[in-house]
Design a protein around this ligand. Sequence first.
Ligand code: 5AD
Ligand code: SF4
Length: 448
Amino acid sequence: MMKKVLIKTYGCQMNAYDSSRIQDVLAPLGYEPTENVDAADFVVLNTCHIREKASEKVYSELGRLRDMKLQRAANGRAMMIAVAGCVGQAEGAEITRRNPAVDLVFGPQTYHRLPELLKQRGDTGAAVVETEFEVANKFVALQSQPTAIQSVAAFLTIQEGCDKFCTFCVVPYTRGAEYSRPLQQIIEEAQKLAAKGVREVTLLGQNVNAYRGAGDNGPESLARLVTHLSQVRGIERIRYVTSHPRDMSDDLIAAHAQNEKLMPYLHLPAQSGNDGVLKAMNRGHTASHYRKLIERVRKAKPDMAISGDFIVGFPGETAAAFADTLQIVRDVGYAAAYSFKYSPRPGTPAAEREDQVPEAVKNERLSRLQALILQQTATFNQACVGRNLAVLLEKPGRQEGQLIGRSPYLQSVHISSPELKIGDIVPISIKSVGSNSLSGQYDGVGRV
Ligand code: 5AD
Ligand code: SF4
């Protein structure tokens, strides 16, 4: 009989990619996916450590799972619990110490070894903790696994880890050093995805535009990889995330002007608009460098939608420094942006600083920044009304006959047209803007 696994994903898109690959690794062991915890024989929490709240959520979820496991044991039914992802990597054996109901702990670079880890758990009866960094081996091992696709729009990890060491960030410690997958390996994965009906790939990496994967004649750039992928039959759209301002090269900017399959959306975190804060963050760029970069990008691709990440309340951030962040947001004009309160992460340099910003101040700054961003997103969306946008239809909507897709600018678009189906890319005439999405109409012409 098939066993059931529930994989719960926290955090970023790379975790979403990892979760689907964990599913691929478990399938040959007889595990099929479920969304229902009561039906699950195996629960995997694929965790995020980027901010405090993310890891606290994991510990409380583990508390609930332990109770469930004990209750089941009383009825003679087993349940396995695993902690995967960045909390697993960062906390290791601390997790099994805090919660002995946990059977397995593994990091983002070892999940390809799950069959062996599960066997070890069965043979020894003791909890297994595995937090080695084996990123190159992982991708080689995963390459031989068939890939189950989740949607016509798929994630594809091309680069992992980070050497930048921003002083607030845990990623260099949880994901390890920068690693780029070889070009050919990525092309083959894209071909496999396309053969299963995928039409859009989002290339993932913590520093995706620092991609330097091995090609036939030495390392290749992200721009060159995009050119190769745009020649894969069936792939109509390409996106990439997350970029670093320091690695935004001329050839990548030019690719946006030249390659129609490369979508006009750029997620380029600034983190702050103040040079003192940027320096203390070890970002390696100034506010003016960022502004000039955006100018160059817009010159190459005038309709580029810009998105970003910001942190408020970094240690030592003054009212004037925060005002600089509001100013850069006003100057750039974002289509979307994510903002976070600074969260001290154990082991990172900024967490040691004495000049932490009080919580109340962080809250007040966050709400001011979010109000500004919300306004900008609304303005950006409103400007799309009356335009015709090419939409890739991804999933059914809540209402009968409704489909939900994405515009080139990553906006969610709702359409009700019985003649359309998931996977179509169609021009949609945008009629109105809701709180998180656009609504539009298909006029019956044009289909890719
Ligand atoms: N506190 C708050 N936000 C953080 N981020 C990363 N580390 C922290 C932290 N310690 C944010 C950054 C990054 C995004 C993924 O998460 O803005 O770009
Ligand atoms: Fe973290 Fe900075 Fe690396 Fe991004 S560039 S993953 S914020 S250390």
